[in-house]
Each structure stands twice: as C-alpha cells, then as structure tokens.
Design a protein around this ligand. Structure first.
Ligand SMILES: [Zn+2]
Length: 339
C-alpha cells in the first residue's frame, strides 16, 4: 500500500458541496494517467482513457461528512448543521477544522460528565445541541467565520497495528483504490471514465449527474462497506471482515447488482487470485445505485473496501484489502470489453 498517497488523500478536506481541495489532489494524481481531465457543472472530476470498447464509469466519491456553520454566537461559539449521516456518539470532543477566512482549529464542545444527570449520560447528544469552540471571543470569531463556512473533522491518519485508521476513509479509501488502479492499468479496450464524484453522502447527487452525462454501459462504484467484525458478533451479522479481501457487492438497500455482474467480478477475482468476499449489506447505499439507474440505465456493480467504525472518527481498514481492491478494479477495467 502507498501510505503517502493515502495520507495525501485523507489530509485534504472535502465535505459534501465543498470538495475543492480534495479535487485538486485527485486531479494532480490523475494528470499523468488520463488523456483528458475535466470537471462537470456539479464538480465531479472526470479522468478519461478512451478506448473502442464499452463506455465504463468508475466512481469513487470525494466528499466526506462535515458541518456547515449556521450561526456565530455572541460569545464566539459556532452553531452548525451536520452534513451527512454522522454518528452522534462520535462527535463530542472531536477535533475539527473550521474553514473560515483562514483554517481554524476547533473542538466540538459538550457538558462535562460531572454535570450530567444519569439519564443524560446514557443518551447520545442531539445534533441541535452541538457547538464548536474555536477559543476566540465573539468579535474575533465573527471576523474569521461566517454562516455557510464548511467544517471538517481534523485529519489524523494513524497506523493501528496492521490496520490504518483515519476519519474520512469513507471514501478516501475508495479514491485511493481508483487512483492506484488507474496508475497501474495495463492494456484496456473500454472507453474508461474514472469519476471522483461529489455529494454522495447527501444522496448520491454527483453520480446521478455523471451517469446522465456519460451514459455508461458498465459501471463500478468503489466505496467502503461495513465490517461489523468486533468481538462476539456472529458471522451472519458481520457483513464483511477486515483482511478477507475486496468485497464484491451483491446488494445494499439502494441497488441489487445483476447476477452476471457479480459472477463476472468473482470470476476475475478467482482468475487473478485476488482475495475477495461477498457484500450483502442490508442498510445504506452507494453510487452503484446511480450508475445503474441514472443515465440510460447500466449494468453496475461495486467493489467495496471493508471498514470498521464507519462514519465515526476512528474508521479503520486493512491495507491488504486496499491492495486486493486495486487488483480487482484494475482487472475489471482490463477485461470490461468481455464482461
Ligand atoms: Zn461512502
């Protein structure tokens, strides 16, 4: 695994609707491996490698969970609305960066446990009670921050034993896989479009536009999936397991992948000896849905990276699963004209 690349991707902010900084990083990484790079009207970055075969779209989303400042209080505390499906238990005491007139460190404030009633201690905080403390008085805060400014969780990529942990691996891990597959791609016949999409976390919005503009015949979304593989969880509830390979999407709550697409991906994984597992995810959806149902409709599947603690600030993935996913996405692109 190329640690430096993953670190560059996790360091760049990009909450839904404010993907500019991460788009710059992705564009830089793709510059030498694409024939054309463009940005569509909603902000999706499209890197194309033309070919005579079927139109193929790979999609990995650039956006991450975040916040938008809604109000600066008299005393300098910031009120925010959440962007995307945060886990409220994971927010209090999180370090954040407020992207105001300059980048400002902040912490999400909360009541000390000493002052909580017993019932309060057992409940997750409500999103409406959240505030951000940037340590500045009202006057300084209003000079530097205004409503509409985006806020992200502070970057903090960490080695966790054999694993890698960072906020935003959903979907920086998927971007990593797409970039590495594009960089190492061999001969291919398909007309390949690698799309770094916007606004997935708020409703698959960028992928819808990409599908309707490019009208793919084949689609492959690269995103994370749940690895609920902690202690005591029975195998039937795990969805996927870290270290067991690339997850081939069978279904999630937004899409059912055509059987021949699942079979094709499993066949490629077997042929190339790529560790893999099947993903049957009862909740949640990804860009696979819009690749399948947007545009003229397409045969679309998903390669998913197993992830622990999804949408918390301690998301964790296994580098071997990233490597397996890169190998599978690359094989898919090289053989897409036969799929
Ligand atoms: Zn995602």
């Amino acid at each position: 695994m190329d640690w430096d690349l993953l670190e560059r991707l996790t360091a760049a902010p990009g909450p839904s609707g404010h993907e500019g900084p991460i788009r710059e990083v992705v564009a830089t990484e793709l510059r030498d491996v694409a024939e054309e790079i463009s940005v569509d009207p909603v902000g999706n970055l499209v890197a194309r490698r033309p070919g005579p075969g079927p139109r193929v779209v790979l999609a990995a989303h650039m956006d991450e969970l975040g916040f938008i400042v809604s109000h600066v209080e008299e005393d300098g505390f910031l009120r925010v609305v959440t962007v995307g499906g945060h886990d409220p238990r994971a927010l209090v005491a999180a370090r954040v960066v407020v992207h105001g007139r300059e980048d400002l460190p902040g912490v999400i404030g909360g009541k000390p446990v000493h002052l909580m009633e017993r019932a309060e201690r057992e409940k997750a905080p409500k999103e409406k009670d959240l505030y951000i403390d940037i340590g500045l008085d009202g006057e300084r805060a209003r000079e530097l921050v205004r409503p509409g400014d985006p806020v992200t969780r502070a970057a903090q990529i960490t080695r966790l034993g054999d694993l890698v942990s960072s906020p935003g691996l959903d979907d920086r891990a998927g971007l990593y896989v797409m970039l590495e597959a594009m960089r190492t791609l061999g001969e291919h016949r398909c007309d390949l479009h690698a799309v770094a999409t916007v606004q997935e976390e708020v409703g698959l919005r960028g992928a819808r536009v990409a599908a309707s503009r490019i009208r793919p015949e084949l689609g492959l979304a690269i995103d994370v999936t749940l690895a609920n593989d902690g202690p005591g969880v029975p195998a039937r509830e795990r969805v996927t397991e870290l270290g067991e390979g690339a997850a081939i999407k069978v279904l999630d709550s937004s899409v059912i992948v055509p059987t021949d697409m699942v079979d094709a991906l499993v066949g490629l994984a077997e042929e190339h000896e790529i560790p893999h597992q099947l993903e049957v995810m009862p909740r949640g959806g990804t860009d696979t849905r819009e690749l399948a149902l947007g545009g003229d409709g397409a045969r679309a599947g998903g390669v998913s990276i197993p992830l622990r603690y999804t949408h918390q600030i301690t998301e964790a993935a296994h580098p071997d699963d990233l490597d397996a996913s890169v190998a599978l996405v690359r094989a898919f692109c090289e053989h897409a004209h036969e799929v």
